[in-house]
Design a protein around this ligand. Structure first.
Ligand SMILES: Cc1cc2nc3c(=O)[nH]c(=O)nc-3n(C[C@H](O)[C@H](O)[C@H](O)COP(=O)(O)OP(=O)(O)OC[C@H]3O[C@@H](n4cnc5c(N)ncnc54)[C@H](O)[C@@H]3O)c2cc1C
Length: 271
């Protein structure tokens, strides 16, 4: 079995994974795993834009309160505060990487054109036309590809964590030393180890594995109302993930694009 070793292994090549890679790569050798192509996560599909306090008169307190209300008070307030307070700097960083946020037309206004979306009491959304995520993904990929310390590995899906129980000398310490990853087309498995493993979606790793295994049983009949079936399939997957992995998924957002994907789902299961 092929074995690859890095200082840090990051699972995922979306906005979270590539940002983490770029932040670490000046001092560490970083490997980034993607289960498909580099751009085939949610990031490249995001459309509307990114929220931050950028408008004169807006405040972090207001953005935090709007976010707590939108999350029905279930959000972790410290996380909300951290994200809101760091959002303007994150947007500056993306602009410096080359994300061409739409500018405001005319002099004497805000630097970027801001839109206002549901739940926000101010105009906060910077955007690149209606394809913000694609522009963000492209800029991050370009920067990561140019970095000598970053290795981008596509089409390798992490299927299991490597812990002490896999070692020649058994250890029950639970420390994660790497992952086994499957090449989805060629079918071979490779071992990726590192001093540190970063899974930006770590809390949902288990649920993702369940989705992987349970998705096949979700049947979508193309002859009936697709919308109803897509929503039911999402709820079913959530139900199985919660039952099998003992995770609690409180919110799941359903995008209209899932309806477009419904045909692919049917095809994937030979229907
Ligand atoms: C249609 C749509 C519109 C959206 N619009 C907006 C918006 O306007 N504004 C906004 O803020 N957010 C929006 N979002 C949400 C936003 O896109 C996501 O929150 C964000 O992109 C998540 O980034 P990420 O890096 O965590 O995940 P992703 O970009 O999804 O990346 C996940 C990565 O993990 C990899 N991966 C997953 N499992 C494995 C595995 N087992 N092994 C190896 N690799 C694996 C994938 O290959 C991928 O590279 C939208 C999402 C969608 C789908």
């Amino acid at each position: 079995m092929a074995h690859h070793n890095y200082d840090v292994l990051i699972i995922g090549s979306g906005a979270a994974g590539l940002t983490a890679a770029l932040n670490l790569a000046d001092t560490l050798k970083v490997g980034v795993l993607a289960k498909a192509g580099l751009s085939e996560g949610s990031t490249a599909h995001a459309q509307g834009g990114i929220a931050a306090v950028l408008e004169a008169g807006d405040t972090f307190e207001s953005h935090i309160e709007d976010t707590m209300i939108a999350g029905a008070g279930l959000n972790d307030r410290r996380t909300v505060e951290f994200v809101v307070e760091h959002a303007p700097a994150a947007i500056e960083r993306l602009a410096a990487l080359g994300v061409p946020f739409n500018p405001t037309e005319g002099e004497g206004h805000d630097r970027w054109h801001l839109t206002r979306e549901g739940g926000h009491s101010h105009r906060r959304i910077v955007h690149v036309d209606d394809a913000t995520g694609r522009a963000v993904q492209q800029a991050l990929e370009k920067a990561a590809q140019a970095h000598p310390n970053i290795t981008l590995i596509t089409d390798m899906m992490a299927i299991d964590l490597v812990t002490g129980r896999h070692a020649v000398r058994y250890s029950g310490d639970g420390r994660v030393r790497g992952v086994y990853a499957l090449h989805r087309e060629k079918g071979h498995v490779a071992l990726f180890t590192a001093l540190r493993i970063v899974d930006p979606d770590a809390p949902t790793f288990a649920s993702r594995q369940c989705f992987l295994q349970q998705f096949a049983i979700v049947k979508i009949d193309r002859h009936v109302d697709l919308a109803r079936h897509v929503i039911r399939s999402v709820i079913l997957r959530q139900h199985f993930a919660e039952k099998l992995c003992r995770v609690e998924i409180v919110f799941r957002q359903i995008f209209p694009e899932e309806l477009a994907a419904a045909d692919d789902v049917s095809l994937a299961h030979g229907e």
